[in-house]
Design a protein. Sequence first.
Length: 239
Amino acid sequence: MLISILIKLFLIGFGGLLLGAMVGKCAYTYYQHRLEALYLFCGGLLIGLIGFELVPESIQLFNFWSLLIGFSLSLILFICMENALHATFSHKSYLSLIAFIFAILSHNVPVGIALGLSGSNEAFGMALLLALFIHHLPEGIALYILTRISAINGIVVVIAACIVSLVLSLSAGIGMYSVPSRDWNGIFMGVAIGSLCYVAFHEMIGKVRGRVLKRELFFFVALGILILNLYLQLSHKFL
C-alpha cells in the first residue's frame, strides 16, 4: 500500500516536471535568440510563484521566525557559493540552476510531508494528485530554460526531475508515519523562498538589467508574473 502510493506520487511529480520541461523546450526553441527576454520571463514566473503562492501559504501555515531563519540561511549559502563558483567557472554561470534545483527540493519537503499527512489514512484523491501535477508544470518550464541557458546537457533536467520527485515521495512517507515539527517545515519553506528569490532577483533579473531597455525589463517580468497568476487562478478554480 505504502510503496504503491509513493510510486504514484513519484510518477505524478516526475510527469509534471517533464511536461513543463517540454513546454520550456518549445519556448526556448522559438525565443533562444532573445535570451534576455527568457531570463526576465522566467524571473517573472518565479516572482509570481513566490508572491501569489509560497509567501501567502507559508505565512498562514508556519512560524514567521522559522521562515526568516530558512530564508536567511539560503541567502547566506548562495552568496558564499557565488563567490566560490564564479571564481572557478568565471565564463559560465551554473549557480542559477543549482539554486533553483535546491529551491524546489526544499519546497518539496514540506509539500511531501503535507501530502503524507493528508493521505495517511486513505489513498490520495484524484483532485489532490492533479493539483500536484499542475503545481510542477511552471517549475519544469523554468528548469529546462535554466539548464539550456547554463549550457548544460539536457539529461540534467531528467536527473533533477527524478531527484525532486524522489524527495517528494520520501517526504510523503515521513509525513504518513511521523509529524516533523512545524518549525522545521517552516525552515524548509523559508529556504525554498529565499533560494527562489535569489534566482529570480539576482541570477535572472539582476544579470540582465542594464542589457535591455527598462520598458522591456518591466514588460517581460510583468508578463511572467501575469501568466503565473492566471495559471494559479485557473488551477485553483478547477481544483
